[in-house]
Design a protein around this ligand. Structure first.
Ligand code: IPE
Ligand code: IPE
Ligand code: MG
Length: 277
């Protein structure tokens, strides 16, 4: 029946098939609305709302975390499809240690099993894995699998997927200041040489491009200690969708909204419209 599309489905296909095709159209339109010349290089995501999603279904919070994996897969695939070069996912914050022990343990086991299971897919999709945060304080098992996955995917090049783990922006800044100070004390660096570039090079994100777009799901409108320095000029996008419901089209919605924003970086609108004047 779908073949009748060629003859103009509005005229020839039965009602049911028309609905299928129209939904298909709607889905395809989203990606067609994206300007591939204006795609953000680096998208950072605060994956929020797993607990509420599970609770809404009468389930334990951990059920929500388990259902977050499909959303991760879809987001990375969507990003890769349109040429985003880096995606960074807020996976476990320095503050998340304050959650019940049971939930923290479940999140750590989930991390280990997901990284193990996804490794073949990372290769298939040419995804390079990275991690930011104070990794040395994660459970040994998590550190081990992370090191393996990072090493084994280091030559992949389509997109870089970075997990923020035991990550807090303030901790990162403290760590950066310590490392820079050590170099000053050892005479490897002069105080006068410290500038934004030097600071960038000492952050966990030293090898990532600037964050262009930050997406947060679940309706919360805050940064929660994520990439404070790196987001200085990022566009912020908030959606009510809970993370386990987030799909490719939700990602494309964020990109379309991003492309409607005017990034002025302190300039006037007129300067952006006619750059040569
Ligand atoms: C995000 O979902 C996952 C992590 C923070 C690890 P939450 O677990 O914060 O879900 P809500 O915000 O309680 O619904
Ligand atoms: C931020 O979400 C951390 C992650 C998504 C890993 P939270 O749910 O922990 O943030 P708050 O506590 O609501 O700000
Ligand atoms: Mg939350």
């Amino acid at each position: 029946m779908i073949g009748t599309y060629l003859q103009g489905y509005h005229l020839y296909t039965p009602l049911e098939d028309q609905r299928v095709l129209q939904n298909l159209d709607k889905k395809m339109n989203k990606i067609l609305n994206i300007n591939l010349q204006k795609v953000p290089q680096h998208v950072a995501i605060i994956m929020d709302g797993n607990g509420r999603w599970a609770k809404g279904k009468g389930m334990e919070r951990v059920f929500g975390h388990r259902n977050a994996l499909t959303s991760i897969r879809e987001s990375v695939e969507a990003a890769s499809d349109i040429g985003v070069k880096a995606v960074t996912l807020y996976t476990f914050s320095t503050e998340n240690w304050n959650r019940p022990k049971y939930e923290v343990n479940a999140l750590m086991s989930l991390l280990v099993s997901a990284l193990k299971n996804e490794l073949p897919n990372f290769h298939k999709d040419n995804v390079k894995i990275g991690a930011i945060g104070d990794i040395s304080n994660l459970p040994k098992k998590a550190q081990k699998i992370l090191a393996t996955v990072i090493e084994e995917t280091k030559n992949n090049s389509k997109i870089t997927l970075t997990f923020a783990l035991n990550y807090g922006s303030r901790e990162e800044i403290v760590n950066t200041i310590k490392n820079i100070s050590k170099k000053v004390v050892n005479n490897e660096l002069q105080i006068e040489e410290i500038d934004e570039k030097v600071i960038n090079n000492h952050l966990y994100t030293f090898n990532l491009p600037e964050v262009d777009l930050m997406i947060r799901t679940s309706g919360e409108q805050r940064i929660s200690n994520f990439l404070l320095w790196q987001m200085a000029y990022a566009e912020l996008y908030f959606t009510d969708v809970l993370w386990p419901d987030f799909r490719k089209n939700d990602f494309f919605d964020a990109i379309i909204e991003y492309q409607h924003r005017e990034r002025r970086f302190g300039k006037t609108s007129e300067q952006i419209e006619t750059p040569n004047e």
